[in-house]
Structures are given as C-alpha cells and as structure tokens.
Design a protein around this ligand. Structure first.
Ligand SMILES: C[S@@+](CC[C@H](N)C(=O)[O-])C[C@H]1O[C@@H](n2cnc3c(N)ncnc32)[C@H](O)[C@@H]1O
Length: 250
C-alpha cells in the first residue's frame, strides 16, 4: 500500500509508464491515462510553449493548476535537457493543500529524479529559487490568484480538471482575467479541444491553433498574435456548423 493513496486520491500507472492520480472528489484523472502523464505535460504544454518562446532570455509561466506538479517539473526537466540559459519563473495556484503535502509519497517518473530537492522545497516552503529558476506555489483559488497579475505572463499552461467537472476555470470571464494577467504575445496551451473552450478564448480575441502529433491526442494552443508554428482552427466555420454551442459563463 502506497502512502500517497487516501480516501480522496489514488495513484495509477499511465500509458507511458509514469504514474498519475485519480481524484475521487472530481471523479477524474489528473492526466490522460492514454497519453501518459509525463507525455501529456511535455507534448501538450512544454514543447508547444517553448516551440513558440524559443531564444528568449526570461519567461514568466502561469501553471493552472499545480496538482501533482508535472507541468512545472516537466518544464524544469526540459530546460535542463536543452541546457537552457533562459531565466524562468513559474507561478502555480493549487487549492488542495493536502495533495501538496502528500506529494512526498508520490511515485514521480525517473526523469524527475534530479529534481527531488525542488519538489521537497515546494512541499515545505511553497517555493524554490536558484540562479536561473524561480517557482512559487500559491495555496488557494486560481481565479483569485490570476487577478493579482497584470501584463505579466508569457506562457499559460491551462490544465484544470475538465470543463464539465470544473467549469469555473474555463469560462469566458476566466479567460478575460487570464488575458489581463498575460502579455499581448503570451501563449496558452491546453489539452481541451472542446468548442465551448475554444469559443471562450475566441470571444476574448484569441486565435486558436491545433497542436497535434503522433505521440498524443490533439490539443489546443491559443495566442492573441498570429502563430506560424501551428495550424489555425477555422473558428468562423466551426461556429457556423455548431450555431447552438456557447462558451461557458461565470
Ligand atoms: C487536472 S489537475 C492539474 C494537473 C497538474 N497540472 C499536474 O500536472 O499534475 C487540476 C488541479 O486543479 C486543482 N483545483 C481545482 N479547482 C481549483 C481552483 N479553483 N484553484 C486552484 N486549484 C484548483 C485541483 O485540486 C487539482 O489539483
């Protein structure tokens, strides 16, 4: 019996061999078990973000929400892999303080082996700092947290539980707050390809792009500025084919 497992969370192996968790409260896994937890973080968030934000010297990332910390840790893993000299700051809200405390017992992938001191510092101090990296964990509501920032983020990893399970983190008003917190050339990455999610972004002025590849199910990239790296979603066509579909609202 692993100490991570409780009445509310159980650890489960995903397709790439990395472990994720199942939340009984939300009746949902923290990652796609089919894509794999580590794969999902890398292919749906880290790689597309850094494909666009390459050759930058500084980057502020908003990681919505910390959960098991895969997106934050996969970012740090990737930066080390490419011997990046970019100074990266990651800000991540998370409502579930018990989950954060239980991460000391989570079976993280071997790729995160060298990051144990960072995981430990985040659990103990809710932050980690060194010469090239700054990570802050905020224990509280993401909606409230996002409103503290203005014109600040370069990248947003939008990785809340699904729109049907946790709609408050997918509404038009929520993405309006994300837009205010972000720079004009910020990029948003998300696993959601649903039309209501894309509409909530589109109604805030975002261009929507398809992030697809052989190693994962398709995902979405959103940006206020035009991107050459990804295929544009024809939103006018999608809307005309689905006239009754609406974005989620607060
Ligand atoms: C899909 S999981 C995040 C997975 C995470 N990115 C990872 O790599 O492990 C969603 C997380 O959102 C948290 N959450 C739900 N509502 C929240 C809110 N309003 N503010 C902050 N965190 C929230 C849940 O506790 C859960 O840990």
């Amino acid at each position: 019996m692993n100490n991570f497992n409780t009445d509310v969370h159980t650890m489960i192996k995903s397709a790439d061999g990395s472990y994720t968790a199942y939340s009984k409260e939300y009746d949902e896994h923290y990652h796609s078990t089919k894509d794999g937890a580590l794969n999902e973080s890398l292919y749906k968030h880290v790689y597309p973000a850094f494909k666009i934000k390459k050759d930058v010297k500084e980057l502020n990332i908003l990681d919505i929400c910390f959960g098991l910390g895969f997106n934050t840790l996969a970012t740090i893993y990737y930066l080390k892999q490419i011997s990046s000299t970019c100074r990266v700051s990651i800000y991540s809200p998370e409502l579930d303080k018990d989950l954060i405390n239980s991460l000391k017992d989570f079976n993280f992938p071997k790729e995160f082996e060298d990051l144990k001191h960072i995981i430990f510092s985040l659990i103990e101090n809710k932050k980690y700092c060194d010469e090239s990296l700054h990570v802050e964990l905020f224990l509280g509501d993401a909606r409230e947290y996002v409103r503290k920032f203005s014109n600040f983020f370069d990248v947003v990893y939008q990785d809340a539980f699904s729109p049907s399970t946790n709609p408050i983190l997918w509404t038009k008003e929520y993405f309006s707050d994300i837009k205010k917190a972000s720079k004009d050339d910020a990029v948003i990455t998300t696993y959601s390809t649903s039309l209501p999610t894309r509409l909530a972004l589109y109604e805030n002025g975002y261009n929507l792009y398809i992030n697809s590849g052989e190693d994962f199910r398709s995902a979405t990239v959103a940006s206020l500025v035009k991107l050459d790296e990804f295929e544009l979603v024809n939103m006018k066509h999608k809307i005309s084919c689905n006239p009754d579909t609406k974005s989620l609202r607060d």
